[in-house]
Write a protein that binds this ligand. Structure first.
Ligand code: ADP
Ligand code: MG
Length: 230
């Protein structure tokens, strides 16, 4: 993976926020579990992509997200449409995005709809003094409100990973609170270990933000990832 990361840097020398294809390429080098994502530059491609992905989606549904460089909270701006069924729904959603966001929109990202699960976040940030930190917490659109997260210096050890996954206020949710299914903790811990390796291999990594990872009893999938290089 380290050789891949170095190759990646040679082919992406500019820094800044990576585009969706580059994010996928880098994170897949490290075996991080990303949902299938197709970056469609135009409406026609988006409709085709959604048709080909829909069968992978929960209840045959697709998700469309307007994309432009440097975007932050997409859902706050109405740039995320989940649960789309059929060609017409995708076409209409793409047109609405194009109308709302105009020329800055550089197409849309099409994904299969994930089955519902517990929304977590994981990531890497650079601390000016200590270097890369691995983050873990409750994710999804309520992330900022809940502010339930923990951080450890990379490289993280197995006890670190254990402490992280048991150190949230919301930790009981991971273990199946109130009859909900427990999430696949092995898969969650594996993601944290892989992010730590990425952070160690790639000191140019300024920030990686996987939010949400949708976790269920059998694994988890990231449906929204952002990466910034120095
Ligand atoms: P942002 O964080 O920029 O607002 P996200 O891509 O994280 O946008 O989407 C916001 C929310 O939409 C997620 O927290 C999740 O609940 C839901 N969502 C996004 N993509 C999918 C998907 N592929 N399947 C199911 N739900 C999704
Ligand atoms: Mg998100």
């Amino acid at each position: 993976a380290r050789a891949l990361a170095e190759h990646f840097l040679r082919t992406h020398p500019r820094g800044g926020w990576l585009d969706p294809d580059a994010v996928t390429a880098l994170l897949e080098c490290y075996g991080l579990p990303l949902t299938t994502s197709i970056w469609a530059r135009d409406e026609h491609t988006a409709v085709l992509a959604a048709s080909s992905l829909r069968q992978l989606g929960h209840e045959g549904k697709a998700v469309l997200k307007a994309y432009w460089p440097q975007q932050v909270h997409k859902s706050d701006l109405g740039a995320v449409r989940t649960g789309l069924t059929g060609e017409q729904a995708v076409r209409t959603a793409f047109r609405e995005f194009a109308g709302r966001f105009g020329a800055r929109m550089a197409g849309a990202v099409v994904q299969p709809m994930s089955a519902p699960g517990l929304e977590l976040l994981a990531g890497v940030v650079q601390d000016a003094v200590f270097g890369p930190l691995v983050l873990f917490g409750m994710g999804g659109t309520t992330t900022d409100v809940l502010d339930d997260r923990v951080a450890r210096l990379a490289p993280i050890t197995e006890p670190d990973v254990h402490a992280m996954t048991t150190g949230l206020r919301a930790t009981p949710l991971l273990f199946g609170y109130h009859g909900g299914a427990a999430v696949d903790l092995t898969a969650v811990r594996d993601v944290l270990a892989r992010l730590s390796r990425l952070a160690m291999d790639l000191p140019q990594l300024a920030e990686a933000d996987l939010n949400p990872l949708i976790a269920g009893p059998h694994g988890l999938l990231c449906v929204d990832a952002r990466v910034r290089l120095e």
